[in-house]
Design a protein around this ligand. Structure first.
Ligand code: NAD
Length: 479
């Protein structure tokens, strides 16, 4: 793939074979609104066929030696690196990231695939001391890990390449077959990733990518007992629905948040302001880790507000492919309208818009609010748009109390120079990760990643996803 073949009918991959369909779903560039490609609108029968191939794929995948899994994943990583720009253009065309943001996603995907290759050799087990139990003195044995079988990977629009890699890489590393159902809005990056894996030597039955509506293909796949694990990344409402539908199978839920950052008076203020602004407006705020609620200790509130507003004013919103653009559009005009509605509702109840608050089509200006009354959706729910709220707090405990008061808990940031404050916050914050002197928006692909409460169930991060995609088997010899 050297050049993108846009504005054409893209095939999907069922058991690795490319398939077209009379019924197609258009893929739009959210910046221009133009159709850039179309993908098959798969039917229930396509999903069931993908399942039959995946059943054959489980045998093939489980029998692939670790060195072969490693070679395929490393080769795919190398190919993605070599095609960095083409992948970045694809992400920035079908999605709402700018070209500079898209390049970073490609670099992370290269790393994710490489980490997955390493994971293939790390499927460790443990010797079991059977003789600790009276009567078992003559037994020896161990436990080992094996694949679950078929993993269904359901992915969102906002990181259309790397979040697919976060499921496909560990699944291959651990000897599973995998069916990907990418977002209807951004299916192209997932399809290119699959092509790259086939080219790297992945046996075709091991991976299918089925494109189409959640209703037509998502539900039959989620409910099918042949699927042994549903690995889902997306919104809380969808995740809850899928968890109910899935029945008796493993589930992993990587859901959203409205992440808090706490800035104490002793913090390095400029660093905190920069991290908050970058974390609030990365990918136009369409980021599960995005900074949404900024709690600032009263003594430094005015100074922080000034710094945050000044940095926000410097963000260049515009055309995604322009190298000087910092922030692109939202994924659809419906989403942009929803964000505008939430802000207007907060304003009608007394919130002040310090900067931003304007929508033009799919674009929404970087927006900072203050004085938002408690209970407003902009504080309680995940906005998934470029809007952050400043909240003055009297001390750390008050900030922690408010940070914990919502039904989300993915990551939190805390800015302080005081070690006791840092450890107090680490202990009390109800989240999956606490970043000291970073915003909530800090992540590397090798760390355990996931949330508590409405932010999810289980952890990704390559090693941890790989572990979740396996079952333990005990082996015992009676000598
Ligand atoms: P979404 O929940 O609308 O959709 C996610 C995926 O689920 C899509 O592929 C969609 O087609 C599919 N889907 C919807 N209904 C389904 C059903 N009934 N059966 C099967 N599949 C179904 O999410 P989105 O708008 O694409 O993405 C944004 C959300 O994802 C945000 O809430 C964000 O926080 C979250 N997210 C979480 C993480 C994380 O790692 N925690 C990362 C990125 C995004």
């Amino acid at each position: 793939m050297t050049e993108l073949d846009m504005a054409t009918k893209w095939p999907m991959y069922i058991g690795g074979a490319s398939r077209t369909s009379e019924r197609v779903t258009p893929v739009l560039d959210p910046g221009s609104g133009l159709v850039v490609a179309s993908v098959p609108a798969a039917a229930r029968e396509d999903a069931l066929e993908a399942l039959s191939y995946a059943q054959k794929g489980t045998e093939i995948a489980a029998n692939m030696p670790s060195h072969q899994r490693m070679r395929i994943l490393n080769q795919a990583s190398d190919l993605i690196r070599a095609r960095r720009e083409a992948f970045a253009v694809l992400i920035a065309t079908e999605g709402s990231k700018t070209i500079r943001e898209a390049r970073k996603e490609v670099d992370r995907c290269v790393d994710t695939m490489h980490l997955s290759a390493e994971e293939a050799r790390r499927q460790e087990g443990e010797v079991i001391k059977f003789d600790q139990s009276p009567g078992s003195e003559n037994r020896v044995g161990y436990w080992q890990r094996g694949p679950v079988g078929i993993v269904l990977a359901i992915t969102p629009f906002n990181d259309p390449l790397n979040l697919v890699a976060h499921k496909v890489g560990p699944a291959i590393a651990t000897g599973n077959a995998v069916i990907v159902k990418p977002s209807e809005l951004t299916p192209l990056s997932a399809l290119k990733l699959a092509e790259t894996l086939y080219e790297a030597g992945l046996p075709r039955e091991v991976l299918s990518v089925v494109t189409g509506s959640a209703h037509d293909i998502g539900e039959p796949l989620v409910q099918d007992p042949r699927v042994r694990m549903v690995s889902f990344t997306g919104g809380l409402k969808t995740g809850t629905h899928i968890a109910h539908q899935a029945g008796l199978k493993k589930i992993s839920m990587e859901l959203g948040s409205n992440s808090p950052v706490i800035i104490l008076a002793d913090a390095e203020l400029e660093a905190a302001a920069k991290a908050c602004v970058s974390g609030a407006f990365w990918a136009a705020g369409q980021n599960c880790l995005g900074v949404q609620r900024i709690f600032i200790e009263q003594g430094v509130y005015d100074e922080m507000k000034e710094r945050i507003v000044a940095l926000t004013a410097a963000i260049r919103m515009g055309e995604k492919m322009d190298e000087s653009t910092d922030m692109g559009p939202l994924i659809t005009s419906r989403e942009a309208t929803r964000v505008a509605d939430w802000v207007e509702h907060a304003q009608s109840r007394g919130a002040r818009v310090l900067i931003g608050g304007e929508r033009q089509g799919t674009y929404y200006r970087p927006t900072i609010l203050e004085g938002v009354p408690t209970g407003m959706t902009v504080l309680e729910e995940e906005i998934f748009g470029p809007v952050a709220s400043l909240v003055a707090v009297k001390d750390l405990d008050s900030a922690i109390h408010q940070a914990n008061s919502v039904n989300y808990g993915l990551q939190a940031g805390v800015f302080t120079r005081d070690i006791s404050s840092a450890f107090h916050a680490i202990k009390k914050l109800q989240v999956g990760g606490v970043m000291i002197n970073d915003s909530s928006d800090y992540r590397i692909d090798a760390m355990p990643f996931g949330g508590v409460k409405g932010s999810g169930l289980g952890r990704e991060g390559v090693h941890f996803a790989a572990e979740a995609m396996t079952e333990q088997k005990v082996v015992c010899f009676n000598l």
